[in-house]
Design a protein around this ligand. Structure first.
Ligand code: NAD
Length: 311
């Protein structure tokens, strides 16, 4: 399959590298020139549980240099950059191109459907972890999975075809008509841990330094799942609370990407996570006071970092 990855950071490079290794034709599209140069010069350095190797044969270029129209476009920018990134490759998306997002948060399907016919859009969830070590070098340790389905809920051959290609790359992927359950449960997980760590500067493990930290995480999970329920999505509350407790107990030194973004003075995905939950909660008349407070606090941190808060 001819595959383009839009946003070849930690996750885009991981998926792109594994797909190329499995024999697919992969083009990485990014605006980070140092990363692109390193990949063109020496291949992509990929560190996973299967070893530390360099993947060659990838095309790595800026979005405006993208040629042809791929069978599959995988969108892996941070959610706040999806619209501008898709505007930058309008001619690269053909009528036969499937466009897949497994980005975190909500609103990603709507973002893709602003640029592509809804029947071309696939959505999903992944819990594979990845970090950028340096230009041309990404790392992913541990195991994960991917679930995908069409954005409009219709069963099409493309759902299984796309899943099979990702699965063939070792990404443990299956088509799943209940994909919204996975998406909402991950949103609950991220709304709790990412925003709390971003505001407090705590690593995930440090959230149990005070009992209030664990209670806040639990309260946010329950709020998000109440909104999911109001949207008609069945979720498993205990599974979600268990995965948060597991992360606090076992990923003790992990800094969620939202904390990394705050520390680097960058914008965050708070809008796609707490922000989208609050918008849906308001429509449904569900109270989400903790989620809303964390949204406001992260927005203030972003505003101060961007210089919008005056002395
Ligand atoms: P990242 O910041 O490492 O990568 C994003 C890339 O997008 C960057 O390389 C950036 O240069 C590029 N980009 C920005 N604007 C662009 C544009 N206009 N055109 C092309 N490229 C552009 O982020 P990430 O950690 O890989 O996360 C990507 C998505 O996957 C996010 O939604 C994140 O929440 C989700 N996710 C991440 C992980 C993880 O462990 N890192 C796990 C699951 C899901």
């Amino acid at each position: 399959m001819n595959i383009s990855i839009l946003g070849a950071g930690a996750m885009g490079s991981l998926f792109g590298g594994l797909l190329a290794q499995s024999g697919q034709q992969v083009t990485l599209l990014d605006i980070n020139d140092a990363h692109l140069h390193a990949i063109r010069r020496e291949g992509l350095r990929l560190e996973t549980d299967n070893g530390d190797r360099r993947v060659s044969g990838l095309v790595a270029c800026r979005p405006e240099q993208a040629s042809g129209q791929p069978d599959l476009l995988l969108v892996f920018t941070k959610s706040q950059h999806t619209d501008s990134a898709l505007r930058g490759i309008a001619g690269h998306i053909g009528a036969q191109t499937r466009v897949l997002t497994v980005q975190n948060g909500l609103g990603n399907a709507e973002a893709l459907c602003r640029h592509v016919a809804p029947e071309q859009v696939l959505i999903g969830m992944t819990n594979w972890p990845a970090d950028t070590v340096g230009p041309g070098h990404v790392r992913s340790h541990g195991q994960g999975m991917v679930r995908v389905w069409s954005a409009d809920g219709v069963e099409r051959p493309a759902n299984a075809e796309v899943a099979a290609v990702l699965d063939g790359a070792g990404l443990n992927c299956a088509p799943d008509p209940e994909v919204w359950t996975s998406i909402w449960e991950k949103v609950a997980f991220n709304a709790a841990l990412n925003s709390l760590c971003a505001v407090t500067g705590c690593t995930v493990g440090q959230l149990d330094g005070a009992s209030e930290g664990v209670e806040l995480a639990r309260a946010i999970v329950l709020e998000v799942l109440a909104v999911a329920q109001s949207a008609g999505v069945a979720t498993d509350t205990q599974r979600c609370l268990d995965s948060v407790a597991y992360a606090i107990a076992h990923h003790r030194t992990h800094q969620p990407s939202m904390l990394q973004d705050v520390l680097a003075g960058r914008s965050t995905e708070i809008g796609a996570i707490n922000g989208e939950v609050l918008a849906r909660a308001r429509q449904a008349g569900v109270a989400v006071p903790h989620t809303a407070t964390l949204l406001g606090l992260v927005r203030l941190i972003e505003a101060r970092a961007s210089g919008a808060v005056h002395e």
